[in-house]
Design a protein around this ligand. Structure first.
Ligand code: ZN
Length: 600
């Protein structure tokens, strides 16, 4: 058994100390390495760069170590057990890496545990040690690492069946809030770190109904327990899935407040995030692309399937909210309309196919620059809408006999449960098999072409009206308002997105086909005046909207430190904003279809 001992050694200096004991190192010299990326977040992060000092010993003897590349070390051959000691700098308050200060400690195994080459299948022992000092005496531990002697929520001995498992159970240590509920008879813990006043009873009730919804879809829950690790902050959002837990970051205001009964926009977003990561415990943690099972974490692993793993998951995360009764149908349609709006606002959707977006996630989606809306499409957003289109297509064409739910169950049965990886064309093949439909054309158009999806037509068959209209202002994200039918008059716009930088207007994105692009403005320009009036973050939209149609005006902006004049002719806001409306008067069969889809 390989032994790891880890301690938040120096919270003030953000350092973990790790001791690794390898009882039988490779006779020709043991190789060890740190992961370059963490599963679920498709970007090279080079965790080895946080490794501070590494030494090796065998008994009393110091063992020479040679660094072979950015993340791999070779220890000289030794006769007995090999001990490697190192420190890891941890100052990344995200769900993807490791963090440590005097208030709490959090780590992912990928950030702290070296992989012992050739011994990845060996079971691992993990000793979690408390930081030293009376101020840490009340710290507890939250993790789904299997317990091997530690008391519940205590420091001490844990274990993992192999390296893969070792790095798939994040660990939180500190003074946290703990709440618990059961779903399908399995205990689910919610641990919240950070200052907050959340109504955890309500949170547990809502989470239980969402979890039950997902469990009912797949027919079983393949874990012994589940843990939601939540970090509550003033600002922040993110989540990462693991086999029996998830790490989440949210705004503390998004958590339900005592006395509140309505589902706020923030709380809906948080429930959606929990729902998303929970769905992943089947879809991507167990139903996995075959390439992920064959390749390691030292370099990029490309797959064209992220649309299915992130897109289908994004579809079900919100769908489960309405199906479980946490939100109503109108609230769900608002979320759907906002997703359609996000997709329609990027011309990149006509340049990058969903399949390519999946493949290039590493260098495009995860490394977005100011040109992203003009160049790429999100495999989350478009992936979710393709999942919707696929679900509605199957439901309609099989006369409600089959649905995407059947495809997910088939993926679970044939891939997830037996641990068989999904081939690059596996989802498409299984979808055709399960539905009995020829979906060749559907997938060709949805995944490998760049045209728009026929969502209006599909939704109409389910008693939902889709209307595209111009945005009323920059804050307008589309929705499910009463005014869904009414046409808004398009206001003149600049065709750019901006942020306030103090009292100045900073252009962040210049969109293809817009007035700003036409005039030669660029991302990074600071707009100072429009038509002789000083521009500010709170009046720029108004200044542009007030320019009569067809008229050009002078716009002054700083590019770096040079003042430049641009001749701008604002154009009418494009119809890129979606409204969805539940139709009242629909035929019996349409109503039946809609109720089955949304579980109404
Ligand atoms: Zn995801």
């Amino acid at each position: 058994m390989i032994e790891y001992r880890i301690q938040p050694h120096s919270p003030e200096a953000h350092l973990y100390r790790v001791e690794l004991l390898i009882p039988e190192p490779a006779p020709e010299g043991q190789l060890v390495s740190m992961a370059a990326w963490i599963p679920g977040s498709y970007m090279i992060r080079d965790f080895a760069r946080n490794l501070v000092a590494l030494t090796a010993r065998s008994g009393d003897r110091i063992v020479p170590v040679t660094k072979l590349d950015k993340q791999t070390w070779r220890c000289d051959p030794v006769a007995g057990p090999l001990q490697i000691v190192y420190e890891v700098y941890a100052w990344d308050l995200s769900v993807r890496a490791a963090h440590l200060d005097t208030s709490h400690a959090y780590f992912n195994g990928t950030s702290v545990f070296l992989r012992v080459h050739g011994q990845e299948e060996m079971p691992c022992g993990v000793e979690l040690m408390a930081p030293q000092g009376p101020e840490y005496a009340a710290w507890r531990v939250a993790t789904t690492l299997p317990n091997d002697g530690a008391s519940p929520f205590g420091f001490g001995r844990y274990c993992a069946g192999d390296y893969d498992e070792l790095i798939d159970h994040p660990v939180e240590m500190g003074n946290f809030t703990w709440a618990t509920f059961t779903a399908a008879g399995i205990s689910h813990d919610v641990v919240i770190t950070g200052r907050h006043r959340a109504d955890t009873d309500r949170l547990c009730r809502d989470l239980a109904s969402i979890c039950e919804q997902h469990i009912a879809l797949f027919g079983e829950l393949p874990v012994q327990r589940y843990l939601f690790l939540v970090m509550a902050l003033g600002e922040g959002y993110g989540g990462l899935e693991h086999r029996s837990s998830t790490s989440l970051i949210c705004k503390r205001d998004d958590l339900p407040q005592p006395g509140e009964t309505k589902v706020s926009t923030g709380y809906r977003r948080f429930l959606g995030l929990c729902s998303h990561e929970y769905f992943h415990l089947w879809n991507v943690k167990r139903i996995r692309p075959r390439v992920f099972m064959e390749r390691g974490l030292e370099a990029e692993v490309h797959t064209r399937l992220l649309w299915a793993f992130e897109g289908i998951t994004s579809y079900y995360d919100e769908l489960a909210l309405v199906r479980s009764g946490c939100i109503d149908a109108k609230s769900y349609l608002e979320l759907l309309a906002q997703a359609i709006t996000r997709l329609m606002r990027g011309s990149g959707r006509h340049k990058q196919s969903l399949s390519d977006a999946s493949f290039d996630a590493w260098t495009r989606f995860y490394k977005q620059d100011e040109n992203a809306p003009n160049a790429i499409v999100s495999y989350y957003t478009k992936g979710a809408l393709v999942a919707l289109a696929l679900d509605l297509t199957i439901r309609q064409r099989t006369e409600a006999g089959k649905s995407l739910d059947d495809l997910m169950r088939a993926l679970w049965r044939t891939h997830g449960k037996p641990g068989r990886g999904v081939e690059e064309d596996g989802v498409e093949r299984l979808a055709a098999e399960v539905s009995g439909l020829d979906l060749t054309d559907f997938f060709e158009r949805s995944l490998r072409a760049t045209g728009d999806l026929p969502l209006g037509e599909l939704l109409a068959a389910f008693g939902v009206e889709l209307r595209m209209r111009p945005a009323r202002n920059a804050a307008d994200q589309g929705g499910a308002g009463e005014s869904a039918g009414g046409a808004a008059v398009p206001v003149p716009v600049l065709g750019a997105r901006f942020a306030s930088s103090g009292r100045e207007v900073l252009l962040t994105q210049v969109l293809d086909g817009g007035a700003a692009r036409e005039a030669g403005l660029a991302a990074g320009d600071v707009v100072v005046a429009v038509d002789g009036i000083r521009a500010r973050p709170d009046n720029l939209e108004r200044l542009i909207a007030g320019i009569p149609s067809g008229e050009s005006v002078d716009l002054y902006a700083f590019r770096r430190d040079e003042l430049m004049r641009f001749r701008v002719q604002p154009t009418p806001a494009p119809s890129d904003t979606c409204d969805l409306r539940l139709l009242d008067d629909v035929a019996e069969d349409v109503l039946g279809r809609r109720n089955a889809w949304l579980n109404l």
